[in-house]
Design a protein around this ligand. Structure first.
Ligand SMILES: Cc1cc2nc3c(=O)[nH]c(=O)nc-3n(C[C@H](O)[C@H](O)[C@H](O)COP(=O)(O)O)c2cc1C
Length: 188
């Protein structure tokens, strides 16, 4: 039997991609927030889309610097992910509060957050209409990094539970990715 899904929950039916962190920095200010609404858009040049709500502190830093880092956290970081997704950089320095270690990125001002599986350094395509109306940011990925053990030869590996990516189901609930399956095209 099918059951109707309330429209405010419709995105959850599709949004099993990894929850990301959006790291941002401008001048002396820095921030990080959780972002489940993110997706790849293109191969070459690689592009991404991410929703950054206008009420977030992140939003101002991203618009001012024109850049951000999308990082892919893992299950071992779940409390930090939920924490930075439920607090604002207006009130606290989240990096200090959650003792988040960082390394400098290569092409953008925002840092690479230690302990994550992968990092995409992104430069936004200014699209004021999309940003203002839909909170939607389109960006080019200008550099990308992944841990050797997590992403090999262009593929995510089947990782132990604490190192698996987090997939947000709503209300602070997540699945982790795992259980690698390989599909084969039908022989000709
Ligand atoms: C798991 C999770 C996923 C989230 N996904 C998004 C998202 O895709 N876009 C968004 O604007 N906010 C999202 N949020 C909410 C922001 O992370 C939240 O508003 C955060 O407090 C903003 O921090 P800031 O004010 O320091 O920028 C998410 C929160 C959680 C916990």
């Amino acid at each position: 039997m099918r059951h109707p899904v309330p429209l405010p929950q419709a995105s959850r039916l599709l949004n099993h991609g990894p929850t990301a962190l959006v790291a941002s920095a401008h001048g002396a200010q820095r921030d990080v927030m959780a972002a489940a609404w993110n997706m790849p858009l293109d191969f070459s040049p690689p592009k991404v889309a991410v929703v950054i709500d206008k009420n977030t502190f992140t939003r101002g830093l991203v618009e001012a610097s024109g850049t951000f880092v999308l990082a892919v956290p893992c299950a071992a970081q779940i409390d930090m992910v939920v924490g930075v997704g439920n607090s604002s950089g207006r009130e606290l320095d989240k990096y200090a509060h959650w003792q988040i270690g960082t390394e400098p990125a290569t092409l953008v001002t925002a840092p690479l957050i230690q302990g994550c599986l992968a990092w995409l350094e992104c430069r936004i395509y200014p699209e004021p209409h999309n940003q203002q109306t839909y909170d939607l940011f389109l960006a080019e990925v200008v550099a990308a990094w992944a841990e050797d053990w997590a992403f090999k030869e262009g593929r995510w590996q089947d990782l132990p539970e604490p190192q698996r990516a987090l997939h947000h189901l709503g209300g602070g609930n997540f699945f982790t990715s795992g259980g690698l399956l390989q599909g084969r095209p039908k022989p000709a």
